[in-house]
Design a protein around this ligand. Structure first.
Ligand code: ADA
Length: 906
């Protein structure tokens, strides 16, 4: 046994104690016999203790360190440690000093020393090393969220109970996770909830708001308090995230309010204010992260909510608790105008942070650009800490993503191109925390399965500027240790995973509809989604802000036909690159795994990595063939005549390619049947691409029959087309007008009118109807002043006589004057009442306004106060929910058979 002395730090700081204890445990594992001693009264006497010694403390506060510094025994060859920085040094006389800029700095110094002891098996003879983090905030998000919705509650609404979230109460698992985070030097843990207050605080004026039982409430508070303390000793700050404005179900029922509040109701404001006050009093060290939008509509409302309700409540809570120091508040830029919100907030509050999504809700590139880049830069210019949010990984799920060098570039881009100095990281399978989606006899935990996902992000958040070649060696070394494999095998494993990582991001960036979790990339895409992209409301920022500069298939073909030069990555470039990466990844992983004899534990994981790469390869090859087919179809579409007749050879070739694509997909479905429970972690109707409903279409085996049908329809319709057969267009006379349902309009500023030629869709005489789809001809519409609608929006108070559809018309164009159809990228509630997909496209033509498309929203019988936000729109009538609405393109905008969607059976 090697003897060693640890001088106790008299300050008894919990982080220092935690760090030193970890070092002691490691020393014991390595055969040392460490002994605690009081620090000598006269610092110079440290030499009197024989053998090796360790001492840890905070530079600015510690007497002993100050003495050593003045004596020039403690000398920094780098910057003196500040904040979370640290310096390790061996002083003459065998004393290793761990010197931190703060208690967290000391803790990280301990972690550094511990790693070195682990690596070499002994306390270093001589050490002189200083380090500090580059990103100020580094940590993962964990969701108090679930994969499915629990009606009547809505998205994000899950009271915190042991049945829903058993893991929240499992202390040992928390400790394991927190220790992992500490080893990765994370200093923040973000906990996401839609509306946490009704599970963690009681508001005396609103006892009805508590959503959990008294016992559950007590237990929640005690576990949460315990968690914050465990985090604190590891230098981790807990931040609680909430959306606005959600209210608890019992409160909504008691006050006859809607669960989602789209505007500010004084009662709801009072309740929220008081909840936050209580929360701050109960948990003063917990930070808050706010998403102002989604439910709340209108930017002016969102800013007002932040500066008039949330921040004053935080301040009041502090006052009542007698706390001077303001806890941090993070404003997410999501679905609000963060600039006006911050402007107002800065006057009130000093400890503010901002956050914005890195690549939206996917990981698509380390070349972020465009308007999203500008937004990041502008937020970072505010000069509060700006956090890059690596949000839902909708294009990567459900597979592993162990590609450290890819990740390193993302952190570099985050800092250099976006101005970020904080990282907020989602787990790869967010909605199902703590489990991974692998189909195994016992569910795998994400913190184990995706260990390298977390390790890589946090390593580079600490310091993105590490030499790439050295990094490769570093990770190869990690793999040899972690999986107990040879260096040669580890190198192949490393390269295979880096290659595989290139596939999904490139495919999505070139041909995807959205980076949002509306799309699950790994499940494939339909031919209509590839060749009639506008129909699916593509999120163009995917192409313009977070993909390599290039051309989407539709642009490419149009340019080709116009004889224009191609710029950037073409779909064909993507196809050939992805194919190379996918095949190379598969070859390397197969070779790596063939060198490993079967074994238990982590070795098993290597076989699962191989399955993942195989699946990624099949998915990629299936995409490559399908995109090639799509390119041929697009070429046909843009060269055919008005009877859809053209060069059939193109379609024949497309059919062949579709078949090949389908063959790969079949293999993929086969492979994943036994290896994955589902492809997507959010299994709700928010999933739209490739098919609506993430539950019904959550696995490749569920999508395969649709793709089979698609292929067969195409072949059948191609035969017909060759013989001049086109689907019969419905003649307008055959269309039966919808039956109106009774309602009473209660808002005085609006009026009703008959939907017919000559009427105006706005009260102030804008938008005179020229033609409306015959379905609408019996209906009574509601109109408002266009000016009011543009200027703050209009509340429509209405009483429905039965459960009804409200038919709402959106202008089929951009422009700030028109109400924007909510999209699922920024508003998860966009489809809560149905209505996201248009029922009648090109349905009303008016003078002076763009052509209108009709959406049908479900409302229950009774009174409603409907507020959609800013911008003009049309209400075309009310019909019973019993009505069967047959979606169609009414063709008043000049769209028709030429989309070719009918060929795929769509
Ligand atoms: C979108 C997304 C949600 C959620 C949200 C957010 O609405 O669909 O699942 O991630 O963004 O909070 O950013």
């Amino acid at each position: 046994m090697k003897k060693l002395t640890v001088f106790r730090n008299p300050a008894e700081d919990k982080r220092i104690t935690y760090g030193i204890n970890l070092v002691m445990e490691e020393l014991e594992r390595q055969g040392y016999e460490p002994l605690f001693l009081e620090r000598p009264e006269d610092p110079a006497d440290y030499r009197c203790t024989p053998g090796k010694k360790i001492y840890a403390g905070i530079l600015e506060e510690d007497e002993f360190l100050r003495w050593a510094y003045q004596e020039e025994l403690l000398i920094f060859h780098t910057q003196a440690p500040k904040g979370e920085g640290f310096y390790l040094q061996t002083l003459p006389g065998g004393l290793t000093v761990i010197c931190g800029g703060s208690s967290t700095g000391v803790l990280y110094g301990c972690m550094e020393l511990l790693e070195r002891i682990k690596e070499s098996g002994e306390l270093p003879e001589e050490i002189a090393f200083g380090d500090e983090p580059v990103f100020k905030l580094r940590g993962p998000a964990v969701g108090l969220q679930k994969t499915k919705i629990e009606p009547p509650r809505l998205t994000y609404e899950y009271p915190v109970t042991p049945e829903r979230f058993p893991w929240f109460y499992e202390k040992e698992q928390w400790k394991e996770f927190l220790d992992m985070l500490l080893s990765m030097r994370c200093n923040v843990l973000y906990i996401w909830s839609g509306h946490p207050f009704s599970s963690f605080v009681k508001v005396s004026d609103y006892p009805e708001a508590l959503e959990v039982t008294e016992e559950e409430y007590e237990r929640n508070c005690s576990v949460f308090r315990w968690l914050t303390e465990e985090c604190d000793r590891r230098g981790i700050w807990v931040v609680l995230k909430f959306y606005n404005i959600h209210i608890p179900l019992p409160f909504a029922r008691a006050h006859r309010l809607e669960l989602l509040q789209s505007s500010i109701d004084p009662l709801v404001a009072d309740y929220t204010y008081k909840s936050i006050v209580e929360f701050i009093k109960a948990f003063p060290n917990v930070g808050l992260m706010v998403c102002l939008g989604e439910a709340l509509r209108g930017d002016q409302n969102k800013t007002a909510w932040f500066v008039e309700t949330i921040l004053p409540a935080v301040k009041q809570g502090l006052l009542e608790a007698g706390i001077r120091e303001e806890p941090p508040v993070i404003l997410r830029g999501h679905d609000c105008n963060p600039f006006t919100a911050m402007e107002g907030a800065k006057k009130l509050y000093s400890n503010l942070f901002t956050m914005w999504k890195y690549n939206g809700e996917s990981l698509t590139t380390y070349y972020p650009r465009g308007v999203w880049q500008e937004r990041h830069q502008k937020l970072s210019e505010i000069k509060t800490t700006h956090i890059m949010n690596v949000h839902i990984l909708a294009d990567l799920e459900p597979f592993r993503f162990n590609a450290p060098l890819y990740i390193q570039k993302c952190t570099q881009a985050g800092r250099s191109r976006l101005g970020a100095n904080g990282l907020h990281l989602y787990p790869l399978f967010y909605w199902d925390w703590p489990y991974s989606p692998d189909k195994t006899s016992e569910r795998l935990r994400q913190m184990d399965r995706d260990y390298f996902w977390f390790a890589a992000w946090f390593r580079y958040a600490w310091n993105p500027d590490r030499d790439e070649r050295a990094e490769k060696e570093y990770w190869i070394h990690c793999y040899t240790q972690y999986y107990d494999i040879s260096r040669e095998t580890a190198e192949k494993l490393f390269e295979a995973q880096e290659d595989a990582a290139q596939c999904a991001p490139r495919i999505l960036g070139r041909v995807g509809i959205t980076e949002g979790n509306r799309q699950t990339l790994s499940l494939g895409m339909t031919m209509s989604e590839l060749t009639n992209v506008d129909r699916y409301r593509p999120n163009r920022e995917l192409w313009n802000s977070v993909a390599r500069k290039g051309e989407q298939p539709d642009d490419y073909v149009k340019k080709e036909l116009a004889g224009e030069k191609h710029v950037g990555e073409t779909p064909y470039d993507m196809i050939s690159d992805v194919r190379v990466f996918a095949e190379s990844a598969l070859k390397k992983i197969a070779s790596a795994v063939s060198e490993v004899c079967a074994g238990g534990g982590r070795r098993q994981e290597l076989f699962r990595i191989k399955t993942d790469i195989h699946a990624i390869c099949l998915m990629s090859l299936s995409y490559c063939k399908k995109v090639e087919a799509a390119m041929k179809i697009l070429l046909y579409k843009y060269t055919m005549d008005e009877k859809c007749q053209g060069d059939f050879k193109l379609l024949e070739e497309a059919a062949e390619l579709m078949k090949e694509s389908l063959d790969y997909y079949r293999e993929l479905a086969d492979l994943t049947q036994d290896t994955y429970l589902y492809a997507n972690s959010m299994q709700t109707r928010q999933r739209k691409i490739p098919f609506t409903d993430g539950d019904a279409y959550g696995h490749w085996t569920q999508c395969l029959p649709e793709y089979e049908k698609e292929y067969m329809s195409f072949v059948r319709n191609l035969d017909g087309l060759k013989n001049g057969v086109l689907p019969r267009a419905e003649s307008e006379e055959e269309i039966v007008p919808l039956q109106p349902s009774g309602f009473t309009l209660l808002s005085e500023e609006c009026e009703t009118y008959k939907i017919e030629k000559g009427e105006c869709i706005f009260k102030d005489s804008h938008g005179q109807i020229q033609k409306a789809a015959p379905e609408l001809s019996n209906l009574t519409g509601i109109r408002m002043d266009l000016g009011d609608a543009m200027n703050g929006g209009v509340h429509i108070k209405i009483r429905f006589e039965e459960d009804s559809y409200l038919l709402v018309g959106y202008m089929q164009t951009g422009g700030v004057e028109w109400l924007k159809l909510p999209d699922l990228e920024t508003n998860t509630h966009a489809d809560d009442r149905g209505g996201l997909a248009a029922v009648y496209r090109n349905a009303v033509k008016t003078k002076g306004c763009p052509v209108v498309e009709i959406h049908a929203y479900q409302y229950e019988k009774g009174e409603h106060d409907i507020y959609f936000g800013n911008g003009g729109y049309m209400i075309a009538g009310v019909v019973s929910q019993q009505t069967v609405l047959a979606p169609r393109n009414a063709d008043l905008g000049g769209e028709g058979l030429e989309t070719l969607d009918w060929m795929y059976g769509q």
